[in-house]
Design a protein around this ligand. Structure first.
Ligand SMILES: O=C(O)CCC(=O)C(=O)O
Ligand SMILES: [Fe+2]
Length: 334
């Protein structure tokens, strides 16, 4: 079964045909690559991120990631989720411009470039989600009306998987833990190999590198809404495929539903099955399980927030991909 690589050059002029190709790939694999997508700012933002990662550690750690998902995620904060550092640009559209959680290095012009890139990604995710709705016989805005610019917003996470002097102890620090994404659609921009996904037979499969392409995958929320017609697929990076003597750069744009959106599901016959959780509830549980702890940007204190056990149980009961395991990641290097 061939991994889907789909040109979206005609996504507007031949919406139904292209949408059907994307929909089929999303049902079968939950992952695919799109080409001819018209997004222009990826290289510029990638260059900026690389320059940022090259700054001295005390400059990078000046503004640690906060609950608005803006700031630096790295330095002394390595969790058992991933051996990487990242700069996050979350919050609703426009939020990066006025954020006080980015250091002075992120001047007005750089922030505008990031916002322009996020806007390009947003527009394409909206078009693609409209296509999925149409393919399922739903109103064209069935998904997009709950993907406005309200919190938590759509997050761009620019990532560096750095070189290490030696491979961390077995099982201690994965390159990138096997996981599913939480939201609706993720776009990954990278020119480097390393990402593996579960194929339709649940075998690990190496995602090919298409330098100007975007790797797209479905997240848990969109999978739930579609009654799991669209797949939220496990993915990971191992030390074998990205050895310690290599750096790797990627940028992940996460399209997310609004916090207030109910995670209602669809039955096979198209009826709405109520789920007593909002995306905001789901996000909170996944956030704390993934990051284990975060650093308060003002006090520098490590905070491990408790998860409401009833909420955690409700997420567990959903059984979406790895959320079902409720695996908590701990802080491994402080
Ligand atoms: O770096 C990559 O290729 C994938 C990143 C990813 O899966 C994530 O950040 O959720
Ligand atoms: Fe991911």
């Amino acid at each position: 079964m061939e991994f889907p690589i789909i040109s979206v050059a005609n996504i507007h002029s031949d919406f139904d045909t292209v949408s059907k190709q994307l929909f089929d790939a999303a049902c079968k694999w939950g992952f695919f690559i799109i080409t001819d997508h018209g997004i222009t700012k990826a290289d510029e933002v990638s260059e900026l991120s690389r320059a940022f990662f090259d700054l001295p550690m005390d400059v990078k750690t000046e503004k640690m990631v906060d609950n608005s998902a803006i700031g630096y995620d790295g330095g002394k904060k390595l969790t058992s989720f991933a051996a990487s550092e990242a700069i996050l640009f979350g919050t609703p559209a426009g939020g990066v411009l006025g954020s006080n959680n980015l250091g002075a290095w992120w001047d007005e012009s750089k922030r505008q470039t990031v916002e322009a890139f996020k806007a390009e990604c947003y527009d394409l995710t909206i078009t693609m989600m409209s296509g999925f709705a149409v393919c399922m016989g739903l109103d064209r805005d069935y998904f997009t009306r709950i993907h406005g610019h309200q919190a938590p917003g759509h997050t761009l996470r620019s990532i560096k998987y750095p070189k290490f002097d030696s491979r961390p102890q077995e099982g201690q620090l994965p390159r990138l833990s096997s996981h599913t994404d939480w939201g609706s659609l993720t776009f990954v921009f990278t020119k480097q190999a390393g990402l593996e996904i579960q194929d339709p037979q649940d075998r690990w499969f190496h995602v090919p590198v298409v330098p100007e392409g975007i790797v797209v995958n479905i997240g848990d929320a969109l999978s739930l809404w579609t009654g799991r017609t669209l797949k939220s697929t496990l993915h990971r990076i191992t030390w074998e495929n990205l050895p310690p003597d290599q750096d790797r750069y990627s940028m992940a744009y996460f399209s997310q539903p609004n916090n207030s959106a109910q995670l209602n599901s669809l039955s096979k016959s198209g009826e709405i099955v109520p789920i007593p959780l909002t995306y905001g509830d789901y996000y909170k549980v996944r956030y704390h399980l993934t990051y284990g702890a975060h650093t308060d940007s003002k006090t520098g204190e490590k905070i491990l927030e408790d998860i409401d056990p009833a909420m955690a149980q409700a997420v567990h009961d959903l059984g979406v991909a790895d959320a079902g395991s409720l695996r908590s990641n701990t802080l491994v290097a402080v």
